[in-house]
Design a protein around this ligand. Structure first.
Ligand code: GLN
Length: 279
């Protein structure tokens, strides 16, 4: 069988199982199965696929049929300008979260040496992307999950910024080390009752990284209140929020002594990021 026929078969199997991005997913999985990039696939559609590669491809397709996310199958995800290692222990980096990076870079364009804290660092995609861009910044990441700290550690090594990042296993309430110029967080903010209504793929991701309690804001409140103690005066707090949480988060921020500087929309024009300044 040639690559093109295998691709088409994979694609229709995915489509028959209601996977929306069937064509793209089939290509990505082919690329993993034969260990070549997309350009190679496009230029070699008529090339015969080796038997063992074909059976690996079919296995990968069968994983995707079960709705296992592509990022989990290929164990990586592109975010910002970099490729991050991911697995089932961390939230898969979302393109919408890149607005936080843009915002931080804009806010710090004239700053040279800053000390940044990431609360709930997960894969490390946010803090590590910032440290890659700003060579004199240093970072601290905390997470309650040891497994996620392992992934962020691996990513910091892979991307060569491990000497500027320290990691702590801690929940937010107990963390009291350091004073920060800038704090970032993408806390779990989905309402508990809505968790089961999300895409099937999301079932494969850690609940701990998504479950924001009854009103979706229980972790957000903790993050904001603790940040208000850990942040320097005039420091920035940059949070990812749910599309309908702007007003409530504004209130919490004001109560904790922050001035609201900006709300930023994501790629789908939903409110996704809020920037507060500690007064
Ligand atoms: N944006 C994520 C989603 O909708 C949620 C991330 C989070 O809870 N922090 O799947």
């Amino acid at each position: 069988m040639n690559i093109q026929t295998a691709l088409k078969k994979g694609q229709s199997k995915l489509r028959d199982n209601n996977i929306l991005s069937a064509q793209l997913d089939s290509e990505i999985l082919m690329s993993k199965a034969i260990n070549k990039d997309k350009k190679f696939i496009i230029l070699n559609l008529n090339k015969e696929i080796k038997k063992k590669n074909l059976s690996y491809f079919n296995f990968l397709i069968s994983e995707r049929v079960k709705s296992k996310p592509i990022a989990h199958i290929i164990k990586k995800k592109d975010f910002w300008k970099y490729e991050f290692v991911v697995n089932k222990d961390v939230l898969i980096p979302r393109p919408d979260t890149e607005v936080l990076i843009e915002e931080v870079l804009e806010l710090t364009k004239n700053k040279n040496e800053l000390n940044i804290l990431d609360i709930g660092i997960g894969s490390g995609c946010i803090l590590i992307s910032i440290l890659k861009e700003k060579k004199n910044f240093i970072g601290t990441g905390i997470d309650i999950s040891n497994k996620s700290l392992k992934i962020s550690y691996a990513n910091s090594h892979k991307l060569g910024i491990n000497n500027r990042l320290r990691l702590f296993k801690s929940n937010i309430d107990n963390f009291s080390i350091g004073k920060y110029d800038l704090i970032i967080s993408n806390p779990p903010y989905i309402k508990k009752n809505n968790l089961k209504c999300l895409d099937k793929d999301i079932n494969f991701e850690p609940k701990q990284a998504l479950d924001g309690g009854f009103d979706g804001l229980s972790e957000m409140r903790k993050v904001i209140s603790r940040s208000s103690k850990l942040i320097k005066r005039k420091g920035y707090l940059i949070l990812e929020i749910g599309f309908d949480q702007k007003n409530k988060v504004k209130e919490i921020l004001k109560k904790e002594g922050f001035y609201i500087k900006k709300i930023v929309k994501d790629l789908s024009y939903h409110d996704r990021c809020i920037v507060g300044i500690k007064i």
